[in-house]
Design a protein around this ligand. Structure first.
Ligand code: GLN
Length: 313
């Protein structure tokens, strides 16, 4: 494969932006009241290369809820603490094939294994992070997110309050996992920290740099700081391949051939190891909870730059 030039990246990003700017379809997440009120026309794309160049177009400075994309980075922290094998054994790494908040995903799997990128597994992963108490755990989460993004990220207080008031279903799934001995810290506190991490405000550029750190073998490509062990990056990306877009992960991988992760705030990231990361923000979601324009724009860039990892040409 030929190297991807700066000019090629710039035009792919601009073309993807123009092509899908008015793409119809999808609706904002409505089950979290705060998200329902975000302007559905917002749209931004950012690419961060493994050598730290960032390309942006559109509303890339707008801060929105990171939501489920946070699961990737809390997983990264838990993996630093416990190692990849413990994640596989104690949380699970197979595809659930089910919606992100599915109770059945927990019930149907005999070993009660889930995946760190669905709600049940993400809350269990949060409980798996080592810390003497919740305050210390939050400091550790906050520190690693800051290293991934290259800046301290704010929590959107209104979003955090909105989710906390409506997260009864998540609490139920967490207690269900607990009842099967698959939860590793105080349930209510872990759910709260999970909810708080989902409420981080990130802009599209932040997400590109965070994902770019995974593309750059665990070193933030902009600050040059090592954030996680290089060995862990392929393991994290593997969970994105199996579960990054929930029950439509197969459709995503079928079309793009790259690991991706979405959030109901309208963000989506795609990582091409050793090369670059793509982040897109556009609030309207499809039925599985993935940004409609985000998937289209990311797929366009992957195709245009020949980044499909499953294509040997
Ligand atoms: N905080 C959201 C939830 O727990 C995250 C879901 C998502 O982005 N898919 O439901």
């Amino acid at each position: 494969k030929s190297p991807v030039t700066e000019a090629a990246i710039r035009s792919a990003v601009n073309e993807a932006y123009e092509k899908y700017k008015s793409a119809p379809g999808g609706a904002n997440a409505s089950y979290i009241p705060f998200l329902a009120d975000v302007d559905p026309k917002l749209y931004g794309i950012a690419v961060c290369t493994a050598d730290g160049k960032v390309y942006e177009v559109g509303d890339t400075k707008y801060e929105f809820g990171i939501e489920s994309i946070s699961k990737v980075f809390v997983l990264a922290l838990a993996m630093e603490d416990r190692g990849p094998e413990a994640i596989q054994d104690s949380i699970g790494v197979n595809a659930t094939g089910m919606p992100f908040n599915s109770v059945l995903a927990v019930e149907l799997e005999p070993a009660r294994a889930v995946n760190p990128l669905v709600n049940a597994g993400a809350m269990a992963t949060n409980s798996f992070v080592k810390a003497p108490n919740s305050a210390a755990k939050w400091t550790r989460i906050d520190d690693i997110f800051a290293k991934f993004a290259g800046r301290r990220l704010p929590v959107i207080d209104k979003l955090y309050a909105s989710e906390t008031a409506t997260n009864q279903h998540n609490r139920a799934i967490a207690w269900l996992l607990y009842s099967y001995g698959r939860f590793y810290d105080n349930v209510d506190e872990s759910v709260d920290l999970y909810t708080k991490a989902c409420s981080y405000g990130t802009n599209t550029r932040d997400l590109a740099v965070m994902a770019g750190t995974l593309a750059n073998n665990g070193i933030n490509p902009v600050t040059k700081e090592r954030v996680i062990k290089a060995d862990h990056c392929p393991k994290i990306l593997a969970t994105m391949i199996t579960e990054g877009l929930y029950d439509s992960t197969g459709d995503w991988v079928y079309h793009t051939g790259v690991p991706g992760k979405s959030g109901v705030g309208g963000g989506i990231i795609a990582v091409i190891p050793g090369k670059l990361a793509i982040a897109v923000f556009a609030p309207p979601l499809d039925k599985a909870g993935n940004s409609v324009k985000g998937q289209l724009a990311a797929k366009y860039i992957v195709d245009k730059l020949g980044l499909n990892l499953l294509d040997g040409r």
